[in-house]
Design a protein around this ligand. Structure first.
Ligand SMILES: [Zn+2]
Length: 347
């Protein structure tokens, strides 16, 4: 479509782009250090403040998995219950399937609490995790006014017809799907923790993001296949049909990470979900087992920080990583060529 064919559309596009920029800011902060880009001391201080503030909130306890879900107000209880249930299932699933013994608490916050308790650089509604490794809290929006939901809704024009039909067959409106997508991204955030707890050490920013999405998708595909499809539609199908970046190299992502720009970063994340979907089809959870055997090791790194390496070293690292990934599936290289060929393989 033409974005500038009228004032109304232009305003809409401006709003959309601004929303995406907010998403970028949070994504950058969360992914680069996972602790909103502040020093370790102030992180822990922030966590203590959050922790003591949360003790004053309403609480839902889990008798299954020792997790606690905090929520702002009684009208948020239903959503808190749904998120708790999903989280309990995910924990149970990864205990049984991969023997990952990992706990996490959750806070479901309205705008007022978000403003008080969350770092001001993270816009309302961006799922993220705070706190030290052994005491993490995933922070989620309590309503549909958050940036992920609102941002997805503004991409509606890129929804393929068959995916619109799929959502209709689920009895789910596009807007409802966008709301659900926010919860799914929360599981992606948990996936970063799972990857770390499972002992996978990603070599690159892109593979750290891929793994987090794989943990989320594999669980959903096993337990909630319709939600797995919703994840694929909103992360991949919407983005692969949008204009996308001019420079699509993984080298660029490794160098700049979320600094590639808001729209581009969202596009990269969507392409990673494409690899997730295809590798899951081929090998299901063996992907994670094989990833661990190839890239195992202890690491404090949850997602890859921006690199200060030379371009040549980054290219070498990416090539070596893809050579090793080929033993999991040759599709990894096909996927790389399909989406990122513009400069990656030619520079
Ligand atoms: Zn991530």
């Amino acid at each position: 479509m033409s974005f500038f064919s009228g004032l109304r559309l232009m305003n809409r596009w401006t709003f959309y782009r601004n929303t995406r920029r907010l998403v970028l800011l949070a994504a950058l902060c969360i992914s680069s250090t996972f602790h909103i880009g502040v020093s370790a001391d102030s992180e822990n201080q922030g966590m203590d403040q959050l922790g003591s503030a949360l003790l004053q909130k309403h609480k839902l306890l889990s008798d299954k998995n020792d997790i606690t879900v905090f929520y702002s107000a009684s009208e948020n209880k239903q959503r808190a219950i749904e998120i708790r249930n999903l989280l309990e299932e995910a924990i149970q699933f990864y205990q049984t399937s991969l023997a990952i013994d990992h706990r996490i608490d959750v806070a479901v916050l309205n705008q007022a609490d978000w403003k008080t308790l969350v770092n001001e650089r993270i816009p309302y509604g961006m799922p993220h995790i705070v706190g030290p490794k052994d005491r993490q809290v995933a922070v989620l929006p309590a309503n549909d006014q958050g940036v992920v939901t609102v941002g997805a809704i503004h991409m509606k024009e890129y929804l393929p017809k068959e995916d619109a039909n799929t959502l209709a067959s689920y009895g789910m409106s596009f807007e409802e799907g966008a709301s659900t997508y926010t919860d799914i991204i929360a599981i992606h955030e948990l996936g970063h923790s799972y990857a770390q707890a499972y002992g996978i050490k990603p070599l690159s920013a892109w593979s750290g993001e891929f793994l987090a999405s794989f943990f989320a998708y594999a669980f959903l595909q096993e337990k909630h296949p319709k939600l797995a499809k919703v994840f694929e539609i909103y992360a991949y199908q919407l983005n692969v049909n949008a204009p996308g970046p001019t420079d699509r190299s993984l080298l660029r992502l490794e160098k700049l990470y979320a600094g590639v720009g808001a729209d581009d970063y969202v596009w990269y994340q969507g392409m990673f979900v494409h690899l997730v979907v295809e590798l899951y089809k081929q090998k299901e959870l063996d992907v994670l087992r094989e990833f661990k055997s190839i890239f195992g090791g202890q690491s404090d790194r949850i997602a890859g920080p921006p690199k200060t390496e030379s371009d040549e070293k980054i290219r070498l690292r990416l090539d070596q990583e893809f050579d090793r990934l080929s033993s999991i599936s040759p599709f990894a290289k096909t996927w790389r060529s399909r989406h990122f060929v513009s400069t990656d393989l030619k520079e």
